[in-house]
Design a protein around this ligand. Structure first.
Ligand SMILES: C[S@@+](CC[C@H](N)C(=O)[O-])C[C@H]1O[C@@H](n2cnc3c(N)ncnc32)[C@H](O)[C@@H]1O
Length: 283
């Protein structure tokens, strides 16, 4: 079959399965199958595809029609301009989490050196973006309670050549840290348990422990904030990603843990308060 026919068949199959961006996804699955860029595929509609590649294309397409997320099928994802390997060992990094990185780098700008803990590091996305942008002045700890996620995070750190600047630790939240750090960043699970089953089918493929935030979604964040005073240096800061409608409650929890802190929040591109910042200002 020709490229143009395969793309059309792919888009039709994905549309029947209820997927949304069916044309571009069909193109991306074909370009992955052929080992060519998406630009090459788009520029060669008449190219003939051999039968073996056709079989592979249709088998990958079936995985997507089964609502497996595209990044798991392609095996990679872009985050903050970095390419990461991704598979079912960890949550797929989301674009809104780039705000967490942005705010962390803003906060770090005036410091000559710092230590950072990325709690719930998953694929390592945030830790790796920070290590790359902080360069020599930063030492990053990537903490997770999932050994599988940590394995993937380590592979990603090596792929991005920052393995010497990140220390990965198996940890229940901050508990494995031996010394307080200047900055704590965390994108912890924050979906209320009862909402999990109602989420898009794609989310059912991701690790449940990466999404499930307990009855009100705030179980992990609440626990982190109660641990944090013992793990944050004086004058340090905490940046937390939160879900829609959670910022106000998280700010109140932060106020209890840090009575003298400056506490603020920042919206994402959709106007959802996405990041809560706690800056210690204790006397
Ligand atoms: C929402 S995912 C975020 C992954 C990654 N930071 C990102 O933004 O793509 C949450 C991560 O927190 C981890 N996690 C959940 N509970 C934890 C705990 N008690 N201690 C450490 N990590 C935890 C999960 O294994 C998962 O990797």
């Amino acid at each position: 079959m020709r490229v143009v026919e395969l793309i059309a068949q792919g888009a039709k199959r994905l549309s029947e399965a209820g997927c949304l961006d069916v044309w571009i996804e069909s193109v991306l699955i074909l370009s992955h199958t052929l080992g060519k860029s998406k630009e090459w595929v788009l520029a060669h509609p008449e190219a003939q595809v051999v039968q073996e590649e056709e079989h592979l294309f249709f088998s990958l397409l079936e995985r997507r029609a089964n609502r497996e997320p595209l990044p798991y099928i392609l095996g990679q994802v872009e985050f903050y301009g970095i390419t990461l390997k991704i598979d079912r060992r960890a949550l797929i990094p989301r674009p809104e989490t780039e705000l967490l990185v942005e705010k962390a780098l803003d906060w770090a700008r005036s410091l000559p050196s710092l230590t950072v803990a990325d709690v719930g590091t998953g694929s390592g996305a945030v830790a790796i973006a920070l290590a790359l942008h902080l360069g020599e002045k930063g030492l990053v700890y990537g903490l997770d309670s999932s050994p599988q996620a940590l394995e993937l995070a380590q592979e990603n750190a090596a792929l991005n050549r920052v393995e010497k600047r990140i220390v990965f630790l198996l940890s229940d939240l901050l508990s494995a840290l031996e010394k307080p750090v200047d900055l704590i960043v965390a994108n912890l699970p924050y979906v209320p348990s009862a909402q999990l089953e109602k989420l898009a089918p794609e989310l059912q493929w991701e690790p449940r422990e990466a999404l499930d935030g307990g009855p009100d979604g705030l179980e992990s964040i609440r626990k982190l904030l109660s641990q944090a005073p013992s793990y944050l240096k004086r004058g340090g800061a905490i940046l937390l990603e939160v879900g829609p409608g959670q910022a106000r409650k998280v700010k109140a929890l932060a106020r209890k843990a840090f009575p003298h802190a400056r506490i603020s929040s920042f919206p994402d591109l959709r106007g959802i308060m996405r990041v809560v910042m706690v800056e210690d200002a204790s006397p």
